[in-house]
Design a protein around this ligand. Structure first.
Ligand code: BG6
Length: 273
């Protein structure tokens, strides 16, 4: 099992593939249709984060003074603990524990479990963080979901109206969203705070809409590098900004504090609607 690079679980004509590098989900096919974006230039060298799918961000979202941007989880090798395929649900469980390597950056004892549950028309991801040490720690975390869209100019995101967001493109200033349906037509990097549990993203691949239902992830990051930034990314095609949209459920605007023995669970369900 240790040399295996990725696994796939199935449920009828639907499937989920996950790389052990970062426990990065690189494919979710629903009824044979790929719903996630992965760049054609993504690098699979077990070092760099995979550009696309669902990288797991832990223990830090964004630039980090103690280690790499977005933390070490997405560039660590995870352990596959279990796979199980039943008639109505298939499951894969991955874990990441602190190591000599992680302790050099962030000296805490933790166990992260990532539980993936595939049903025919929906895909659930549960992230559990357990503090197995004797002192409390703080962290931020997020599921960096890259959705595949047919044309980003035609997609909209619901559930953001009236909410405050930090605009990372505008130097981290805070604004209020006034649109009922948010369209992305420029370089976007916004942290929407205290978002509702559900967003619907229209015009994903195949013209379908995707519902994102989240629990214990109070924030939603919306990101698309657009034209100029895309050109500067070596693992992203120049035109690929048109066919992806990141809608990322997480706990990032403020850190979580986990006391010794404490457990956090955040969850996201992606479904077709
Ligand atoms: C987003 C961040 O979640 O991820 C952006 O809000 C960042 O600031 C983007 O540019 C991609 O990050 P990375 O490290 O994968 O290039």
């Amino acid at each position: 099992m240790s040399t295996q690079e990725y696994i796939t679980i199935h449920q009828g004509n639907s499937s989920v593939s996950v790389h052990l590098h970062g426990a990065t989900v690189t494919s979710w096919k629903c009824d044979g249709q790929e719903m996630l974006f992965v760049s054609k230039n993504a690098i699979y060298n077990n070092k760099k984060a995979i550009r696309g799918g669902i990288p797991v961000i832990f223990p830090n979202f964004g630039p980090w003074e103690l280690g790499p941007q977005h933390g070490f989880a997405r560039t660590s090798r995870w352990t596959l603990k279990e796979t199980n395929e039943n008639s109505d649900e298939s499951k894969a469980v991955f874990t990441l524990q602190d190591s000599e390597e992680t302790n050099k950056m962030w000296n805490y004892k933790f166990c992260v479990s990532y539980i993936l549950l595939l049903r025919k028309k929906e895909f659930e991801a549960r992230l559990q963080v357990e503090n197995i040490g004797s002192e409390e720690f703080k962290f931020t975390t997020l599921l960096h979901t890259y959705l595949s869209v047919s044309d980003v100019n035609k997609s909209t995101i619901s559930g953001l109206q009236g909410l405050q967001y930090i605009d990372k493109v505008c130097g981290g200033k805070t604004f209020t969203e006034d649109r009922e349906l948010v369209g992305v037509q420029e370089n976007y990097d916004r942290v929407y705070m205290s978002t509702p549990n559900t967003h619907v993203v229209t015009n994903s691949t195949g013209g379908r809409s995707i519902r994102i239902t989240k629990t214990n992830f109070p924030d939603t990051v919306v990101w698309n590098p657009w034209i100029e930034k895309a050109k500067g990314m070596s693992d992203f095609g120049d035109d690929e900004y048109l066919c992806m949209l990141c809608v990322e459920a997480g706990h990032v605007a403020s850190p979580l504090t986990l006391s010794a023995g404490g457990v956090f669970e955040g969850k996201q369900v992606l479904s077709i609607c």
